[in-house]
Design a protein around this ligand. Structure first.
Ligand code: COA
Length: 256
């Protein structure tokens, strides 16, 4: 088990904790492997009736590791990030997230695949794909307009600016804004509540909630990934990633 993603099972809840606070819980290829394997295991294990996703030390996740984007860009359907997205989007049991601090990139898009999300008041969400020379992922181009309407989805995706937990609540991305110190506890209590309910009725109800959009969601994940993976090799992305690593502002003035 990787130290940077921890998981344990208690009270029929599998708790997945992203734990790389020194890099704001940025996710590497190895971390996606652990996440994908754990979600697969949670699906198969009858003792697990709910998934709980949190970060650690006041940080949810700053998204994909940008160094990894540069040195080890994802490619192909069997890449761990692709596997994680597919399995998380198809997870048949309820999933609850407790977030606080940065929830950026996949740290925000993963929430579209959780059923209940509690965010600390200081959480800062962002979908910064355009600013990084890449495009939406994890079916966000499909699910965000559905969840919040086109105008708000376009604002969040095309401007890519950070936004508050209150705004996330008004967009229907999360269920409640809570105290920073309470997000994980409230998420856990809720996960345990869900896990104590009749499991077949729970799975059937979640299946129905997601059934009508499931095919489009998986199609969106595939089609976005094709574009996204190609764009990782593009000059705009290279400029954005290099600028982040060099702690400077990116300069896109030479691109057409
Ligand atoms: N990939 C790689 N390293 C990252 C990272 C990422 N996505 N996000 C943060 N880090 C690293 C920083 O480089 C820094 O490392 P260092 O201490 O070795 O210099 C460390 O984590 C702390 O980050 P820092 O930027 O100093 O923290 P902050 O509190 O000032 O800002 C964020 C937090 C999340 C707003 C900022 O780190 C950020 O914008 N990260 C990039 C988010 C992003 O674009 N992700 C990709 C989405 S597709």
């Amino acid at each position: 088990m990787s130290h940077t993603v921890e998981h344990d099972i208690a009270q029929n809840v599998m708790h997945l904790r992203i734990n790389r606070p020194e890099k704001k819980n940025a996710l590497t290829t190895d971390m996606y492997t652990v996440l994908a394997d754990a979600v697969d295991a949670a699906r198969e294990d009858d003792d697990v009736r709910c998934l709980l996703l949190t970060g650690t030390d006041g940080v949810f996740s700053a998204g994909n590791d940008i160094g990894d984007f540069l040195e080890n860009p994802a490619s192909g359907d069997d890449h761990p990030v692709a596997r994680f997205m597919r399995t998380m989007a198809a997870f048949p049991k309820p999933a609850v997230a407790g977030v606080v601090g940065p929830a950026v990139g996949i740290g925000s898009t993963v929430l579209l695949h959780c059923d209940l999300v509690y965010a600390g008041a200081s959480t800062r969400f962002a979908f910064p794909f355009v600013n990084l020379g890449i495009c939406p992922e994890f079916a966000s181009s499909y699910l965000m307009p559905r969840f919040m309407g086109y105008a708000r989805a376009a604002e969040l995706i095309l401007l890519g600016e950070p936004f508050t937990a209150e705004h996330a609540l008004s967009c229907g991305l999360i269920n409640a804004v809570v105290g920073d110190g309470e997000a994980e506890t409230i998420a856990r209590t809720t996960a345990e509540k869900l896990a104590a309910k009749p499991p077949h009725a729970m799975r059937t109800s979640k299946d129905l909630l997601r059934r009508w959009s499931r095919e489009h969601t998986q199609q969106a994940i595939r089609e976005e990934a094709e574009l996204f993976m190609a764009m990782l090799h593009g000059d705009e992305a290279k400029e954005a990633f290099t600028a982040f690593m060099e702690k400077r502002k990116p300069d896109f003035s030479r691109f057409s």
